[in-house]
Ligand binder design. Structure first.
Ligand code: OAD
Length: 389
């Protein structure tokens, strides 16, 4: 059986999975920005009482109960915690802004992907035409993701280093989305920012390391794959810019790979150490600029409490509950239905991340402050750059 992103079943606790990508489920046709803002995906979860009773008596109901019990998943019929009903007055950006302004929302977790950095000039991975994986023909790879696969890298590291030259965090400026996250931190509302990005733009934007989890690692350090000797970015940068494959100067045998997480590698210890405690305390989850197809990162959306509102700011709807989970009545994945004010808690704002973040800041009364912050910080970066140059 081929699993889809949302049929990944997370057992109690979070296994130390290595990074892997799941196929998009066939029934998950992502909506795009052309769709109406905040429009709802059809939710076929049986929820009328007669349907529920029928299901209860059926073998499907029994399977659902068994899976929910054994795997620690949310069983929709056993929800006694009032899914989001009292958290959001409406399932929209306005509802989210009102909630953030309330005293009940103190701990926000943000989760980000490549979409928050595209306006800085760094391509994402999977967007048609512009995404990195659609532009790798020249590297002659067996398949696009091979460029980030350890086995392939061991055999042929050259394509990765050619690409790394373009992706290294040199000269890119953080985007308004990064500064929105910084503003959440300045307001004392950011519990943690989890990013899949290796461009380090969160750090450049002034988000401190202790509230940051770089889930897919960073370019800033590297290690020899043979003797594990560690190297700094400046050393690797020099080699990579000179089109050299960085070879270890200590053991003279291994290749030095930047500490970005490849498919087949496990995520950094910091990710595993923090997720359990962080996600169970979250009052709000904001997901920005990710296709949510890479595991285990994508499954984090299911780790917040069942009544915690979740806001997606993205060009398309992603991470939605798939048909099997919906059929079984198990709550995994995002469920966008703006009319479901009774039990709904998920909001999709579709469009550019920067626009969505500025709009949310405006609704929170921080709009001007955010614009001033961006202008000031970007000017500082220019000044620093001119000093270096
Ligand atoms: P993807 O390229 O898979 O997804 C980017 C998402 O952001 C897509 O849904 C885009 O539609 C959306 N998007 C792009 N630009 C946007 C913008 N300006 N405003 C709003 N939305 C925008 O990137 P990730 O989800 O980050 O891992 O990919 C996850 C992982 O896959 C990466 O960390 C990397 C890759 O393989 C490893 O290499 C291990």
């Amino acid at each position: 059986m081929q699993l889809s992103p949302r049929t990944v079943i997370r057992c109690r606790g979070f296994p130390r999975l290595s990074v892997f990508e799941m196929e998009k489920p066939k029934d998950e046709k992502p909506s795009t920005a052309e769709d109406k803002r905040d429009s709802g995906a059809e939710d076929e979860t049986p929820n009328s009482s007669s349907e529920a009773t029928e299901l209860e008596d059926s073998s499907v109901g029994k399977i659902r109960k068994y899976l929910a019990q054994k795997l620690g998943l949310h069983d929709s019929d056993n929800e006694t915690d009032g899914q989001g009903a009292h958290m959001l007055t409406e399932l929209s950006l306005d509802g989210i802004a009102e909630y953030i302004k309330s005293s009940g929302c103190r701990k926000i977790i943000t989760m980000a992907g490549a979409g928050i950095s595209t306006s800085a000039g760094i391509p994402d991975f999977r967007s048609p035409k512009s995404g990195l994986y659609h532009n790798l023909e020249k590297y002659n790879l067996p398949h696009p993701q091979a460029i980030f696969e350890l086995d392939f890298f061991m055999e042929n590291p050259e394509p990765f280093f050619v690409l790394a030259k373009q992706l290294m965090p040199i000269g890119f400026k953080p985007t308004p989305s990064h500064y929105f996250i910084r503003l959440l931190w300045e307001k004392g509302l950011l519990l943690r920012h989890y990013t899949q990005n290796v461009d380090t733009l969160e750090r450049v934007a002034g988000i401190p390391g202790d509230v940051l989890v770089e889930a897919h690692g960073t370019f800033h350090t590297g290690h020899c794959l043979q003797c594990k000797a560690s190297y700094e970015f400046e050393w690797m940068k020099e080699k990579i810019l000179a089109d050299e494959i960085p070879g270890c100067e200590k053991c003279k045998d291994g290749i030095v790979k930047p500490d970005i997480v490849f498919f087949g590698e496990t995520l950094p210890d910091r990710f595993h150490t923090l997720i359990d405690n962080d996600f169970k305390q979250a009052d709000l989850l904001i997901i920005m600029g990710s296709s949510l197809v890479v595991q285990p990162f994508a499954s984090l959306v299911d780790m917040v409490p069942p009544n915690c509102p979740r806001l997606l700011i993205n060009k398309e709807k992603v991470g939605m509950q798939d048909r099997i989970m919906r059929f079984l009545g198990l709550k995994q994945g995002l469920m966008f239905d703006p009319t479901d004010t009774n039990t709904g808690r998920d909001v999709a704002w579709l469009g550019e991340c920067d626009t969505g973040c500025q709009l949310l800041a405006d609704k929170l009364g921080w709009g001007e402050e955010m614009k001033v912050l961006i202008e000031k910080e970007q000017k500082n970066i220019e000044v620093e750059k001119s000093k270096e140059g």
